[in-house]
Design a protein around this ligand. Structure first.
Ligand code: T46
Length: 133
């Protein structure tokens, strides 16, 4: 089964332009406690390289594009995020890497929890051991 869970976000554009609206617990299955965005990522830079113990996130490329690799310790899937009209849901215990950022990429992330460094698993071998327990 693919690890890629893409959500179609409600597009409310009209002849003036585009608008997408996202409601917590309605269009996405969690309450949003934190929002962050990643932009001006240098080309050839990869980010991520961690998993979370307890965090739901929705990642949306609101401009440009980038690639996500998701890994559950058994299989890996890769997806391009290249439209503001789709969000990638990422749950617990999923290793993620982001790369191939376009120069104009703005990656918006909605998160279910406040920032907590102790929630990160940044060592791939520890991650693999944890998911195989
Ligand atoms: C994720 C992927 C998709 C904070 O202080 N608060 C925050 O809310 C965030 C997200 C980060 N930080 C600090 C932690 C680091 O010292 O900002 C620094 C850069 O974060 P990091 O290296 O973890 O960034 P990425 O792009 O590798 O990962 C981020 C998120 O951290 C992560 O949860 O799932 O984007």
């Amino acid at each position: 089964m693919s690890l890629i869970r893409l959500i179609d976000l409600p597009y409310l554009g009209d002849d003036r332009g585009s608008l997408v609206s996202i409601e917590a617990n309605n269009h996405i299955p969690f309450e949003v406690k934190r929002v962050y965005y990643i932009y001006h990522t240098k080309q050839c830079v990869s980010r991520g390289f961690h998993a979370h113990k307890n965090l739901q996130q929705l990642a949306i490329c609101v401009a440009g594009k980038c690639r996500f690799l998701l890994d559950d310790g058994v299989s890996r899937d890769i997806v391009w995020l290249d439209t503001p009209e789709k969000g990638l849901l990422i749950g617990n215990n999923v290793w993620r890497e982001m790369y191939d950022f376009s120069a104009d990429c703005v990656l918006l992330v909605l998160a279910s929890e406040y920032y907590d460094e102790s929630d990160y698993i940044r060592d791939y071998s520890i991650f693999c051991k944890k998911v195989k327990q």
